[in-house]
Design a binder for this molecule. Structure first.
Ligand code: HEM
Length: 429
């Protein structure tokens, strides 16, 4: 894989996978150059035709929005910057894929508001606070399992199963289905990482078949829930009736897929980046350990700013306009680079310092204010808080003990594996 020099603005290519394989410090340097010299740089779209028979040819390119102020501006004007052509993909997806992946995140009003209303109450601060005991119980059980070992893979044993079990529980999925959800959501979110594909697999075909597995799972659960309704999210989705209208089968399927995948990778990666950051910054860890409840209020958001688990979301310009003095035409694509906005020197003092007491912290890790602001933000904050609190109490000297294995992805700032070690202890009675 080529290493790209990042010193010259003309050498930076955000569409080149090699860029996303560079060490984080080099990528951050490139974004600092873009913010300073070319904050709305234009890039050609990646060409996936060599990877998949289903890939459409690249479109006419996109602009990379790298400054905080511009990310905020675009997010708060959905009438000018639409999500309905697809928020999660640079290329315009083929019709059969849009059906699965155009959940509410890829819609505009009035459809977006109608869809979001169906599930928003389940994610309110009050409802999420009420799930606190479940999150504590799951975190406690996962820690019990590894406590006597003294070491483990932090991602696969602790961070990943926590977010997976919690969202599956909210959706009403039994433990027997967790492995399927884990596998399929990895395929969908990793978009082509060979670790999650069989040798020779066509990545777009693998994503489609993961989507189909979710649809089968939904069909089985739906049959059961129609006879045994509960207050889980799947029951809310299948029984919803707004102005006499139920969700169509495609809306139902894409909702189910979005809810099961959106929170998995993102929360897992935040918790994992959190352990790496606390290991690398023992002074910050000491602050957290001395006052877990007090520091979590600011520390959790600093972890999300630091990790910036989602690299970008896409919007499509609806009418000719200008952004920071750059003319944009209807149909132009813009990608909001959250990690870059979260290091913007104009907004954050010492943006490259990990400061668990940073306050205020107007990061855009969950997106900026606007209709699509992360629905799961309260849930994610609570999971990060509970997991770190439980870890620092139960395994007080836990630390990252080796290099993280990064996920090479344009879309997520992921860690696939992270060795960690701690003094072995007995599981709780
Ligand atoms: C630290 C963890 C998380 C991060 C960093 C994160 C990040 C994001 C971002 C950047 C967006 C897009 C915002 C925009 O386009 O303006 C988003 C939307 C969304 N997130 Fe999260 N997320 C996290 C956790 C979760 C969890 C736990 C769930 C639970 C299901 C979730 C569900 C969603 C949904 C459904 C949307 C679409 C909202 C809409 O279109 O109205 N997220 N998230």
């Amino acid at each position: 894989m080529t290493r790209l020099p990042t010193k010259n603005v003309d050498d930076i290519d955000l569409s080149d996978m090699a860029f996303w394989a560079l060490p984080l410090a080099e990528r951050e340097e490139a974004f600092a150059i873009l913010r300073a010299e070319r904050p709305l740089a234009a890039f050609a779209e990646p060409d996936f035709s060599g990877m998949s028979l289903h890939a459409p040819p690249p479109g006419r390119g996109y602009r990379a929005v790298t400054r905080h102020a511009d990310v905020v501006e675009v997010s708060r004007h959905p009438e000018l910057y639409s999500s309905s052509k697809g928020a999660l993909s640079i290329i315009d997806l083929p019709e059969e894929m849009l059906e699965f992946f155009a959940g509410m995140i890829s819609t505009d009003n009035p459809r977006h508001a109608r869809l979001r209303r169906i599930v928003s109450s389940a994610f309110s601060p009050r409802r999420i606070a009420a799930t606190g005991e479940t999150v504590e119980a799951v975190a406690g059980r996962l820690i019990d399992r590894v406590a006597p070992l003294g070491e483990c893979d932090f991602v696969t044993e602790l961070a990943a199963p926590l977010s997976l079990e919690i969202i599956c529980d909210m959706m009403g999925l039994p433990a027997s289905e967790h492995a399927t959800v884990f596998r399929c959501s990895n395929v969908l979110a990793s978009s082509g990482d060979s670790e999650f594909l069989e040798p020779g697999d066509d990545p777009l075909e693998a994503m489609l078949s993961a989507g189909h597995e979710f649809v089968d799972l939904l069909a089985r659960l739906r049959k059961f829930r129609e006879v045994h309704p509960t207050d889980d999210l799947t029951t809310a989705l299948i029984s919803t009736n707004i102005d006499g209208e139920a969700l169509t089968p495609a809306e139902l399927a894409s909702f189910f897929i979005l809810l099961l995948t959106a929170g998995n990778e993102t929360t897992r990666n935040s918790i994992t980046h959190g352990l790496v950051a606390l290991t690398e910054h023992p002074d910050q860890r000491a602050l957290w350990q001395a006052d877990p409840a007090g520091v979590a209020r600011t520390g959790v958001d600093e972890i999300v700013r630091w990790a910036s688990p989602v690299n970008w979301m896409r919007r499509t310009v609806t009418e000719d306009t200008t952004l920071s003095g750059v003319a944009l035409e209807a149909g132009d694509k813009v990608l909001l680079f959250y990690g870059s906005a979260n290091r913007d020197e104009d907004v954050f003092e010492d943006p490259y310092t990990f400061d668990v007491r940073r306050d205020p912290n107007p990061h855009v890790g969950f997106g900026a204010a606007g209709p699509h602001f992360c629905l799961g933000a309260h849930l994610a904050r609570m999971e990060i808080d509970v997991m770190l609190r439980e870890l620092l109490v139960r395994l007080p000297d836990i630390e990252a003990s080796g290099e993280p294995v990064p996920a090479v992805s344009r879309f997520v700032n992921g860690i696939k594996h992270l060795p960690c070690s701690f003094t072995p202890t007995a599981p709780r009675a």
